[in-house]
Design a protein. Structure first.
Lengths: 463, 505, 343
């Protein structure tokens, strides 16, 4: 490792002494992408050479660790005097801490509320293969309680969120374990099935090596029958640093590109060259689809990103009409069998095409293969197509504003002042550009993340 | 848990009143409102659906409203309505059971809701007069805390008035030692201390009612006044002119408890304090104990501008009941290693904690302590039960602990939706251990009964012991020594049997 | 998610035998657009039915406050020019108003002086604000109203609910929303513009687990969107033809506290209309086509293979496939047809 880096990192080193993950990521990123790439290539081609390579890698890791442990004074980090994070904060007695903190919190919320609002044409009807790494490296405990448990937990949340936002899409789940790819959950639009499966996997111990190629080939096979109006996506959560593949993975990648399958990889430990390559190739040269997580919250954020449907790419054109059925709901006094699970249920939905009864929507009619949905399901995706404009923070100006209460929740806007100068730190008002109403930060977040309606614009009598 | 208990005890008192008294009570709208609030949820729903409906309705129809999983609540609701004589049953021509609302109650309650003729039952406000909140709070806190401190036995100057002492004695919360004429707290007293504030006030007031009956005071007048107090607004002045003589007399006692404030003994106005408001707000969400409430108020006044954000939050809510900080003072955290941290400054809170916690150190806004076998045992020998301690810890748990518990439960439910687990706010180890410590004390159980011994032969012994066993009165036996022990209740039976069988021979 | 089909309120981990006594927030949105109410008055030959409604509403709010000491209410009016919080009152406006019109006591005559304080506080504010609002309405008679402001009201109510639940986190406050509107006979033209906002409201309401109840007075029986709203949020839909006895309806069907919802049978019956209409023809669609880009619903394949809503061009081959009629083998050629199918 280059000594110059150590100098750069030394400050950060002290502050982040506890965050092991972050540190590791830092040095891997800076490390040697070139050599690593070569190593990955070697590995995928030549399995017999693995043991020796592995040892070499271990050694390298160790030496890096050593340099990392070096503190600011050149000795070991633990020989340095302890500097606590709160010692670094200097308290300025003239500023009121509470209001300062409040304004900082607001700024943070605001950042979280910043969303991409460019109205793209998005592929609303999606088919995604969720590929989970269940190899030995997932038993690492750098995520609590371990990577595996956390990944499964987040995957469950993801499935919920995914179907919440994309009700007419489908998911399939593949796991990489023991050098093989297992299809654990068939491609379907029923979130409960997937969640049940994920809960089952939670109890399994992670084992063996992962094989990216096997998993990708399986995903390819699963995505083959999807019609052209659906997007084909693969989301891989990858924890290990290597992949054990039976043949040339680059061929697989090439065929993925041919079939317009788009891959997104979330790395749990460090950047892996082949993943980067995979994402770059399958996303028309866009490298942003490969991300390595910084911490647990970042993991969540990365998964949330994957929930939003991808913009339709010029190359990936597949506009079409899809035939769908809008069933009517019926109430029954006596239970009858449903066509989908063969269970006795009261009431349900009748397929308008073949009149078979299904118990939940959206689904594909088990009898005539017609996609059955409710109009409300379509409405659920509308906000992706017509995102709400972001509200703009009102300038502090002279400190006088037209209203003193939030338009939607009636909360009085806080007055956060710098005690010394009496200047406002922030106006705490966020204004909708269309109706010029002011909202508080909490409403702003609520409106943009949950509601997707501007209460101000909706209460205008004119269009 | 204790909120239910309180509700139960007040309801029980009301239920036990003779019907004419109940009917007279229902003439006051304020009382109706308060009684209505004490009812179970479902009963409240039924009542509301009947208030604006003059006709009798079929009981069966009400039953149909409720799903099969709510039958228990349905029975409970109907039972409580019946015992308060709020509903009158009637058979219609087909013999089906019809019920209707008590007409007096209906009228008063309707008036309460619509603001019709309320007959000053909600007090008469004197708009021109008002009083600063902090005076009121200070007053009520000093009065109430004096009582509690006195009970805990904190050495201090002021002693509650003779009235209060009398009440404490009569309710057997404290007893006078014969030798020194000093007051000593009883087991009930300890239990009382662990209750929530409104439960405490009610315990005293119920006792007051019982005592008042012996003084020939009209319970209707008293109850009306109590319920009216609960419906008033803090900080407003109320005229005493409209009060009956009994109520005028009561005012003095209420002043001693800190429920109302008067500027001088024969002033024409009185001011209810927030202790009074607590009377009819039985919710866990208001203030867990009086001292908390008062503390937080004092705190709030001190901090003033510093907590502006919290302040603005509070003052937007104009309702009387919710003037407090969202996070209660005195919140405590219990760790799995039996360590306890309580964010409180109040000497009272600390004194109460020290009843069952071995307190170690005190910080600016917090005390820490350890729950030990000894500390729990002292509490147990004082008559406090393990359940009470656990309930106290649970109700005072820091919101953070509650949230954590809720999260954990959610996770568990996700893993296994049929899990029987309930919300565990306290670490289970601590809860179990406290219970175990209680069991430890219960290792010896005393039974009254008789020992049978000195049998001539084993047949005789077997005959009698088997008989005792068959009728289920045998508590212990030893075949070798030919002895057995039967309970007191079964003794005569066994004796009879023995006489019959053995004399025959 | 199945939230629409299958309200996700069902599994709230409630043990039988204990209904938790938690306070609740009731937010009422009342549609007081004068045009609608005059229309309603004309039809029923009555006068000022809106006042009957408001009177009943005030008592209803009192009843909610009586239910639990910590219960809270909020009332939002959706009028012809926007929305307005009638309670809680906007604190800042307070000073201006009181200085302006010195508390018009004569308007408060229906509020008894000696009422229970919490009722009185709410009721007085309410009546005062209403009075102001009607004055404003008087001035805005000539102004254009193109769409109802109800969706805005519901949106604001959701934001308010979200805020209060957040603030009251420590005391597990439950909440519900009630919409009181007056139906109009003249088609549901204005509802079209509200479809998406109302749908968005539904989804947020399911997300924050807040049931939305709807009372519709007069007009046609069905109000598709509002009916869907109640269905998806586990709320109650009630249609009454006149304002007579409204209070009785409110105090029974609309009085089901969130904590009682698990054990009380909802007075909903009949089916909810979930069908949609075609973007081009306006006909109700059972089996239709959906543009994969903008999700607009069509009952026919549009001319020119271009989506009428978003102008995206459809893939020729897929259209051809959709247009293909099923092949019916002729009876005379039965043998060969069999042969083909075997292959």
């Amino acid at each position: 490792m280059a000594p110059s880096q150590e100098g750069n990192d030394s400050d950060e080193e002290i502050v982040n002494v506890t965050s092991r993950k972050q540190r590791r990521q830092v040095h891997f990123d800076n490390a040697q992408p070139a050599t690593k790439k070569r190593k990955e290539d070697d590995q995928s081609q030549d399995q017999d050479g693995r043991p020796s390579k592995n040892r070499k890698k271990l050694k390298k890791k160790k030496s890096q660790n050593n340099s990392n442990l070096q503190g600011a004074s050149g000795g070991y980090a633990w020989e340095d005097e302890i500097k606590r994070s709160w010692d670094l904060v200097t308290v300025d007695d003239e500023t009121d801490m509470t209001s300062l903190v409040a304004s900082l919190i607001e700024a943070r919320k605001k950042r979280a509320a910043k969303r991409n609002i460019t109205p793209y044409q998005r592929g609303i009807i999606r088919t995604m293969i969720l590929t989970l790494d269940c190899s030995e490296s997932m038993s690492e405990k750098d995520l609590r309680p371990n990577r595996h448990a956390m990944m499964i937990q987040y995957a469950i949340d993801f499935v919920h969120e995914f179907f919440d936002q994309n009700p007419i899409s489908q998911i399939g789940i593949v796991i990489m374990r023991n050098g093989l790819a297992h299809l654990v959950s068939q491609v379907s639009g029923n979130p409960q099935d997937h969640i049940d499966v994920l809960k089952k996997i939670r109890k399994q111990e992670p084992k063996g090596n992962p094989s990216l190629q096997n998993a990708l080939e399986m995903a390819r096979g699963l995505l083959l029958p999807t019609p052209s109006h659906c997007t084909r996506e693969v989301l891989i959560i990858f924890g290990s640093l290597s992949s054990t593949d039976p043949s040339d993975i680059h061929q697989t990648i090439a065929s993925l590109v041919d079939e317009r399958i788009r891959c997104k990889v979330i790395g749990l430990s460090a950047q892996v060259a082949i993943c980067k390559e995979l994402c770059k190739q399958t996303n028309y040269g866009d490298e942003s689809f490969y991300k390595v997580l910084l911490d647990e919250t970042h993991f969540k954020e990365l998964l949330d990103e994957a929930v939003v449907p991808l913009p339709v790419n010029k190359v990936n054109k597949g506009f079409t009409l899809v035939k769908m059925g809008f069933p009517t709901r019926v109430y029954e006094d006596t239970p009858t069998f449903c066509a989908c699970h063969s269970r006795l249920v009261y009431g349900g939905y009748f397929c308008p095409n073949c009149h078979s009864k299904v118990c939940s929507l959206p689904t594909v009619c088990p009898c005539c293969d017609l996609m059955l949905i409710l109009s409300t399901h379509l409405a659920r995706s509308y906000h992706h197509l017509m995102p709400l404009k972001t509200f703009n923070e009102v300038d502090i100006g002279e400190g006088t504003f037209p209203t003193s209460n939030c338009f939607s929740c009636q909360r009085r806007f806080p007055v956060l002042k710098n005690n010394k100068t009496g200047k406002l730190l922030t106006s705490s008002r966020y204004r909708c550009g269309d109706c010029s109403q002011d909202f508080c930060i909490d409403c702003d977040v609520f409106i943009h993340e949950v509601l997707h309606n501007c209460p101000g614009c909706e209460s205008k009598p004119t269009i | 848990m204790s909120a239910d208990h309180l509700r139960h005890s007040v309801n029980q008192y009301l239920e036990e009143l003779p019907q004419p008294v109940q009917i007279r009570l229902y003439e006051s709208p304020a009382t109706c409102l308060a009684i209505y609030r004490l009812l179970p949820q479902l009963a409240k729903f039924f009542m509301m659906s009947m208030v604006f409906n003059e006709n009798f309705i079929l009981l069966r129809d009400l039953d149909r409203w409720v799903k099969s999983n709510g039958k228990l609540q349905f029975q409970e609701a109907i039972k409580s309505l019946k015992s308060l004589h709020l509903i009158t049953p009637k058979k219609n021509e087909n013999g089906a059971l019809m019920i209707g609302l008590n007409s007096t109650f209906r009228e008063s309650f309707k008036n309460a809701l619509t603001g019709g003729q309320v007959n000053n039952s909600f007090g008469v406000v004197i708009e021109s007069d008002s009083i600063a909140m902090d005076i009121l709070n200070e007053y009520s806190s000093s009065k109430w805390e004096t009582i509690l401190h006195f009970m805990v036995g904190t050495p201090m100057a002021s002693i509650p008035s003779a009235n209060v002492l009398n009440l404490l004695k009569n309710s057997r919360l404290m007893e006078e030692t014969e030798s020194t004429a000093e007051f000593k707290i009883t087991n009930e007293g300890f239990q009382f201390l662990l209750q929530e504030a409104n439960a405490q006030i009610w315990t005293l007031l119920l006792q007051y009612l019982k005592m008042a009956e012996s003084f020939q005071m009209d319970p209707v007048d008293i109850l009306n006044f109590i319920f009216m107090l609960g419906a008033l607004e803090v900080g407003k002045a109320y005229s005493t002119k409209e009060l009956s003589d009994t109520q005028q007399n009561m005012l003095k006692d209420m002043r001693d408890y800190g429920l109302v404030f008067q500027k001088n003994a024969d002033a024409q106005v009185f001011y209810p304090t927030n202790l009074a408001i607590m009377l009819t707000s039985d919710n866990k969400n208001i203030h867990r104990t009086a001292s908390n409430a008062l503390d937080s108020v004092v705190q709030k006044n001190k901090e003033g501008a510093a907590t502006e954000s919290a302040g603005t939050m509070g003052d937007d809510l104009d309702d009387v009941a919710l003037q407090g900080q969202p996070i209660q003072d005195g919140a405590l955290i219990v760790e799995t290693n039996f360590k306890l941290y309580s964010y409180s400054n109040s000497p009272l809170q600390i004194a109460i904690l020290s009843l069952f916690v071995h307190l170690k150190s005190r910080f600016a806004n917090m005390v820490t302590g350890q729950i030990t076998r000894e500390s729990i045992r002292t509490a147990l020998t004082n008559g406090i039960t393990a359940e009470q301690i656990i309930a106290y810890l649970e109700t005072h748990a820091h919101p953070q602990m509650r949230r954590l518990a809720e999260e954990n439960l959610e996770k568990k439910l996700e893993l296994d939706p049929n899990t029987k687990d309930t919300l565990q706010i306290l670490p289970p180890t601590v809860v179990d251990q406290i219970r175990l410590w209680q069991l430890e004390l219960d290792r010896v159980i005393c039974y009254d009964g008789s020992l049978y011994s000195d049998f001539e032969n084993s047949t005789e012994f077997n005959l009698l012991s088997k008989y005792a066993q068959d009728i289920g009165v045998l508590l212990w036996k030893d075949d070798k020594k030919r002895k057995f022990f039967v309970s007191k209740e079964g003794n005569s039976q066994v004796l009879d049997y023995a006489k019959r069988k053995l004399n025959k021979k | 998610m199945d939230a629409i089909a299958d309200p996700n309120f069902k599994h709230q981990g409630n043990k039988p035998g204990s209904v938790e006594e938690s306070p609740s927030l009731l937010t009422v949105i009342v549609d007081i657009t004068p045009q609608l109410w005059t229309e309603f008055d004309l039809k029923n030959g009555k006068k000022d039915s809106i006042l009957d409604v408001l009177k009943a509403l005030i008592v209803f709010l009192n009843a909610h406050l009586a239910f639990n000491t910590s219960n809270q209410v909020a009332l939002i009016a959706a009028h012809s020019q926007g929305i307005k919080y009638l309670y809680p009152k906007n604190k800042a406006d307070d000073d201006e108003i009181s200085s302006k019109n010195e508390k018009e006591d004569r308007d408060l005559f229906i509020i008894s002086k000696n009422m229970y304080r919490r009722f009185r506080n709410v009721d007085e504010t309410l009546v005062e604000e209403l009075y102001m609002l009607f004055k404003e309405e008087e001035q805005s008679i000539g102004k254009v109203t193109q769409k109802s402001t109800l969706a805005g009201g519901i949106s604001a109510a959701l934001a308010y609910t979200d805020r209060i639940t957040r603030e009251m986190e420590t005391i597990s406050l439950k909440s519900r929303i009630m919409v009181l509107t007056c139906g109009s006979d003249k088609g549901n033209r204005d509802e079209v513009f509200q479809y998406i906002p109302i749908m968005n409201c539904i989804f947020s309401a399911t997300k924050i687990k807040c049931p939305i109840d709807v009372v519709k007075i007069g007009g046609s029986k069905e109000s598709t969107f509002l009916q869907q709203t109640t269905d998806a949020t586990n709320g109650i839909y009630l249609h009454v033809t006149s304002t007579d006895g409204l209070l009785q309806y409110l105090s029974t069907a609309m009085f089901i506290d969130p904590s009682l919802r698990q054990i009380i049978v909802k007075p909903n019956k009949g089916s909810v209309d979930f069908r949609t209409s075609c973007y081009l023809t306006g006909k109700v669609v059972a089996v239709g086509y959906i543009c994969s880009v903008c999700l607009c619903v069509l009952s026919i394949i549009p001319p020119g293979n271009v989506c009428p809503a978003c102008d995206s061009e459809f893939d020729e081959r897929v259209i051809a496939k959709l247009k293909k009629k099923p092949v019916v083998p002729r009876l005379t050629k039965r043998k060969s047809a069999n042969h083909v199918s075997k292959k």
